[in-house]
Design a protein around this ligand. Structure first.
Ligand code: PEP
Ligand code: MG
Length: 854
C-alpha cells in the first residue's frame, strides 16, 4: 500500500493531520510524521534527517508520497530524497497538495488500493470539493487530475495578428526537481534553437507565460515535479520546436539521478550520537555530512565598489560590457572543463546555467536600455539589473528558486570584476598565498561561498565549510557534497567572529560547530568519523564484488580519476582499477608544465595505491575545452576541431616525451598501461608509438628499468577511428571508447555548448551503433575494448553496454556500485537482446524509454 509522510514545522499540526487521516481509513494506511526540531526553546522547524527516517519507517515498493506545509519543509523533504538510493528515490514523490485536505484524500485513495499516481492525483484534486461548495473555479486542477497518470499532450492551434499560426502543447513535468537549473538550461537552449517565438506557462501554479529563451524567466516559473506546462510556438518552425521541447520534457531532460553521496548520513552513523549537553555549540543547517576538526580559515571577499555616473559615449560603454561578458564566458567555460574532470559532467553542468545567464536576452535588453536610454555607466547598469533579478528570485515563495540567487550573484560579480578591473576578491587570513588556495588543511568560514569558488576547492585542504547563509540545496552545497567536503550552512553570524587559526570541530550531519572543542568532543567526533567510515565500508561490500551477470559473465569495472585523491575513493567504491587517468589535471593551475620528477611521483603513488590493479594513464589531452594558458594556444575558431590531444603532443615532443618518460619510469612492478587520446588516423598512432619507442630506447641505454610489456592503447573518440578500427586495432593492445567526444563529433555538436547540449547524447542509436562497430573490430583483431565516457555512469546504459560486448567500462567512482548492481540482475542473452533493440530505436529518448520499461 502507498505510504504517506506528513512534514510540518509544527509537531502538533502534523500529529493532528495524521490523526484525522488515520481516522478516515481506520488506521489502514501507513502514515509517518516528520515535524518540529529538537530544540525546546524553538521547536518549530523541519529536519531532513527526520523526513528520511519517516520515509524509511513506512517505505514499500508501492511508494511513498510526501506532503509538506511550507518553506523549509520543502527543502528538508527534497534533501531527504538525496539520502535515498536511486531505486527508492524513484518511488518517493513530493506532492504539492494542501497539507490537510491532501493528506486525507491521499489516505482514502491509498486505503482503496490506488497506485502512487492515483494517490498523487487524488491529493492534488483535494481542494475540488471545497472549491465547488464555495463556487470557486478550479477547472485547471480538474484537468490535471484527469490526466495525471500519463505524460500527455493536447495539441492546439490558433492564428495570431501577424498571420502566423500559434501552436500549443501541454506537457507534464515528471523529473524529480522539475525545471531546476540544469533542466531549465536545457529547456532554454532547446527553445533558442528555433526561429519561432516560444512561450511557456506554468499552468499548475497559474503563472503567466514567459519567454522560453530566457533562463531567468523560465527558472522563475517555479516548475516542479508534477506541474503542467503549456508551451506555445509562433513561427515557421513551430512544429519542430514543440516536438523538440516535448522530446526533452518526456526524456525527463536526460536526468538520471545517479549520484551516490560520498558521505551520506546512514542510520548506522546516527547510532553514534555525540553527547553535547554540557558543551556550547553553534547550530546550523546540515548540508553535507562528515566530520572535520581543524584550524579556521576565515574567508572575507571584499565587495566590489560600484560608482554610478552619467556617460555620453554609450556605444563604448556597451562594447566594454560585451568584452567583459565574453571574457566571463571564457572563464566559466574553463571552470566548467575543470569541474567536469573533478566532479563529473553532470554536476559541472551547473555552470551551463551560468553561461546561459550571460546570453539571456531579457537581462541584456534591460542593461542595454539603462545604458542607451538612461546613459548609465555599464557597471551600474549591470549591477542594477543583477540586483533586480536577484531580488525577484528572493521574493518568490519557492526555496529552490531562492537558492538560485547565489548563481545570479556569482555570475554578476564575475562580470563586474572584469568590468572594473577588480583583481582579487580576497580573504583576510594570511596563511594562504592566493585566492582560496590553502597551504594547510583548514575549515573554511565565510558568509557565503559562490559555486565558482566551491568548484575550485581542494578537498585535501578544505576539510569543512561553515557559512552563515546558503541552504542544503544551493549549488555550492551540491558541489561540496560531490567533493566530499562536510558543510554546515545558515550558522549564526557569531561564527564570523572566530579568529583565524582557532581550532574548530564540525559535524556535517547534525549541523553543529564547536569552537575550541573540549577533548571529549574531539574524541567523540573522531569516533563518529570512524564509525561512519566503517558503516560506509559495510554498505559498499557488494560494490567490491566483481560485476557478474546471472550467467557468470564478467565485465571489468574501472574508475575515471583526475588524481591521487580520487583513487582511494574509487577503490572504496569498488573500482577494480583505473580505466582513465586524465593527466590534464597535473598541468592545470600552474605556469609551466610539470617536470618528469613531479609526474613520476604522482604516477607511482597512484600505482602503489592500486596495488597491482591496472592503471591506464592517458597522455595529455589538452586543447578543446581544456585550454592551458601557459602552453600559448593560438586562438581557434573551433577548438574542438583544432590542435587538441595527440595533435598537440606530436607537435610538442619535449612536453610529450617528458610525460612518456615519467610513465615508463613509473611502470616497473605495476600494471600501468598507456593510452593516447584523439587518434584520428593510423599515422598518428604510428607517430606516437615511434616517440614512445625513442624514449624506451633512451631509457634502455641509460639502464633505467621500465615495463617492456606495457600495453599501449588508444581512445576511440573520433568517428574516423571507428571507421578505421580494424587498421588501428593492428597497432595497439586495447581500445577505450570516449563517448563524450565521440557523440559530439558524430552529431557535429560542441559538447560544451548549452544550445546544442541535447544533441550530444551518447544513448543515441547512432552512437550505440558506432560502439558496436568498434567492439566487433577489436574482438576480430583479438584485442580488448573498454569505454570511459560518461555514458557508463548512466544506470540505464549498463544493460546496453554489456549487451554490446564491452570487456571493460571505466566510470565516475560514485556510479560504480549502481553499475555493478545493474549487471548482477541480467543474463548476457537478455543484455544482447536489449542492446540489439536499442540500436533499432530512432532517438536517445526512445532508447531510455525502452530500458526503463524493462
Ligand atoms: C571522452 O571523450 O569520452 C573521454 C572520456 O574523455 P574526455 O571527457 O576527457 O574528453
Ligand atoms: Mg575525450
Amino acid at each position: 500500500m502507498v505510504g504517506i509522510v506528513i512534514v510540518s514545522h509544527s509537531k502538533q499540526l502534523a500529529e493532528g493531520v495524521r490523526e484525522l487521516a488515520a481516522q478516515m481509513v481506520q488506521g489502514k494506511v501507513p502514515l509517518a510524521v516528520a515535524a518540529g526540531i529538537d530544540d525546546p526553546e524553538n521547536p518549530l522547524g523541519t529536519d531532513a534527517m527526520q523526513v528520511y527516517e519517516a520515509i524509511a519507517s513506512i517505505y514499500t515498493d508501492e511508494g511513498v508520497i510526501i506532503l509538506m506545509d511550507l518553506g523549509s519543509a520543502l527543502m528538508s523533504a527534497e534533501m531527504a530524497l538525496e539520502f535515498l538510493s536511486q531505486e527508492h528515490r524513484d518511488k518517493v514523490h513530493l506532492c504539492e497538495a494542501p497539507l490537510v485536505e491532501g493528506a486525507i484524500a491521499a489516505a482514502v485513495a491509498a486505503a482503496s488500493g490506488s497506485n502512487i499516481q492515483q494517490v498523487m492525483a487524488e491529493a492534488r484534486g483535494a481542494l475540488l470539493a471545497k472549491a465547488t461548495q464555495l463556487g470557486v473555479d478550479m477547472s485547471h486542477i480538474q484537468q490535471e487530475t484527469a490526466h495525471v497518470s500519463t505524460s500527455f499532450v493536447i495539441e492546439g492551434q490558433r492564428t495570431n495578428d501577424t498571420g502566423h499560426v500559434t501552436k500549443e502543447i501541454r506537457l507534464l513535468v515528471r523529473n524529480r526537481l522539475g525545471l531546476h537549473a540544469r533542466p531549465a538550461a536545457k529547456f532554454v537552449a532547446t527553445a533558442a534553437r528555433f526561429q519561432s517565438q516560444i512561450k511557456v506557462k506554468n499552468v499548475t501554479k497559474n503563472i503567466e507565460a514567459v519567454r522560453a529563451d530566457s533562463i531567468n524567466q523560465v527558472a522563475t516559473l517555479g516548475v516542479r515535479q508534477g506541474h503542467e506546462l503549456v508551451i506555445t510556438a509562433t513561427g515557421s518552425d513551430a512544429d519542430e520546436a514543440l516536438a523538440a521541447l516535448q522530446a526533452l520534457v518526456e526524456s525527463h531532460f536526460g536526468e538520471e539521478e545517479t549520484t551516490l553521496l560520498p558521505h551520506y548520513p546512514t542510520t548506522s552513523s546516527l547510532q553514534h550520537p555525540i553527547s553535547t549537553s554540557s558543551h556550547h555549540f553553534l547550530q546550523g543547517i546540515p548540508a553535507s555530512s562528515g566530520v572535520a576538526i581543524a584550524p579556521v580559515f576565515l574567508y572575507c571577499p571584499t565587495p566590489i565598489d560600484i560608482q554610478q555616473y552619467h556617460v555620453d559615449k554609450i556605444e563604448e560603454e556597451w562594447q566594454g560590457l560585451q568584452v567583459a561578458i565574453q571574457i566571463a564566458q571564457e572563464e566559466i567555460q574553463a571552470l566548467l572543463s575543470q569541474a567536469s574532470i573533478q566532479i563529473g559532467d553532470a554536476e559541472a553542468a551547473i555552470f551551463d546555467a551560468h553561461l546561459l545567464f550571460l546570453e539571456d536576452p531579457v537581462v541584456l535588453e534591460a542593461v542595454h536600455q539603462r545604458i542607451f536610454e538612461q546613459h548609465l555607466n555599464a557597471e551600474a547598469a549591470w549591477q542594477a539589473v543583477v540586483d533586480e533579478l536577484a531580488n525577484h528570485y528572493r521574493s518568490i515563495e519557492d526555496s529552490y528558486l531562492q537558492e538560485r540567487v547565489a548563481d545570479v550573484v556569482d555570475v554578476g560579480q564575475r562580470v563586474l570584476r572584469l568590468l572594473t578591473g577588480f583583481q582579487s576578491h580576497i580573504r583576510i587570513s594570511d596563511h594562504s598565498p592566493t585566492h582560496l588556495h590553502l597551504c594547510d588543511p583548514a575549515i573554511l568560514i565565510a558568509t557565503d561561498l559562490s559555486p565558482s569558488d566551491t568548484a575550485r576547492l581542494d578537498p585535501t585542504k578544505v576539510l569543512g565549510i561553515c557559512t552563515t547563509s546558503g541552504s542544503a540545496i544551493c549549488h555550492s552545497a551540491i558541489i561540496a557534497r560531490r567533493l566530499g567536503i562536510p558543510v554546515i550552512v545558515g550558522l549564526p553570524t557569531e561564527i564570523l567572529q572566530v579568529a583565524d587559526n582557532t581550532l574548530v570541530a564540525l559535524d556535517g550531519e547534525s549541523g553543529r560547530v564547536w569552537i575550541e572543542p573540549e577533548p571529549e568532543i574531539q574524541t567523540a567526533l573522531e569516533a563518529k568519523r570512524e564509525a561512519q567510515q566503517v558503516a560506509h565500508q559495510q554498505a559498499l561490500t557488494t560494490a567490491s564484488s566483481p560485476a557478474m551477470t546471472r550467467d557468470q559473465k564478467q565485465i571489468s569495472v574501472f574508475a575515471n580519476i583526475g588524481g591521487l585523491s580520487d583513487t582511494e575513493e574509487a577503490l572504496i567504491l569498488g573500482a577494480e582499477g583505473v580505466g582513465l587517468f586524465r593527466t590534464e589535471f597535473l598541468y592545470l593551475e600552474r605556469t609551466t608544465p610539470p617536470s618528469e620528477e613531479e609526474q613520476l611521483v604522482v604516477y607511482q603513488s597512484i600505482a602503489q595505491l592500486l596495488d597491482h590493479r591496472p592503471l591506464i594513464i592517458r597522455t595529455l589531452d589538452v586543447g578543446g575545452d581544456k585550454p592551458i594558458p601557459y602552453l600559448n594556444f593560438p586562438h581557434e575558431t573551433n577548438p574542438f576541431l583544432g590542435w587538441r590531444g595527440i595533435r598537440f603532443c606530436l607537435d610538442n615532443p619535449d612536453i610529450f616525451k617528458t610525460q612518456l618518460r615519467a610513465i615508463l619510469k613509473a611502470s616497473p612492478g605495476h600494471q600501468i598501461k598507456i593510452m593516447f587520446p584523439m587518434i584520428a588516423t593510423v599515422q598518428e598512432i604510428q607517430a606516437a608509438k615511434a616517440m614512445l619507442a625513442e624514449v624506451q630506447a633512451e631509457l634502455r641505454q641509460a639502464g633505467i628499468p621500465f615495463d617492456e610489456n606495457m600495453e599501449v592503447g588508444i581512445m576511440v573518440e573520433i568517428p574516423s577511428a571507428v571507421v578505421l578500427a580494424e587498421q588501428l586495432a593492428a597497432e595497439v593492445d586495447f581500445f577505450s571508447l570516449g563517448t563524450n567526444d565521440l557523440s559530439q563529433y558524430i552529431m557535429a555538436a560542441d559538447r560544451t555548448h548549452p544550445r546544442v547540449a541535447t544533441l550530444v547524447d551518447a544513448m543515441h542509436p547512432a552512437v550505440l551503433r558506432m560502439i558496436q562497430q568498434t567492439v566487433q573490430a577489436a574482438h576480430k583483431a583479438g584485442i580488448w575494448v573498454g569505454l570511459c565516457g560518461e555514458l557508463a555512469a548512466d544506470p540505464l546504459a549498463a544493460t546496453i553496454l554489456l549487451g554490446l560486448g564491452l570487456d571493460e567500462v571505466s566510470l565516475n567512482p560514485q556510479a560504480i556500485p549502481e553499475f555493478k548492481q545493474a549487471i548482477a540482475q541480467l543474463t548476457m542473452a537478455e543484455a544482447e537482446i536489449i542492446a540489439a533493440s536499442a540500436m533499432q530505436q530512432n532517438s536517445a529518448a526512445e532508447v531510455r524509454e525502452l530500458v526503463r520499461k524493462l
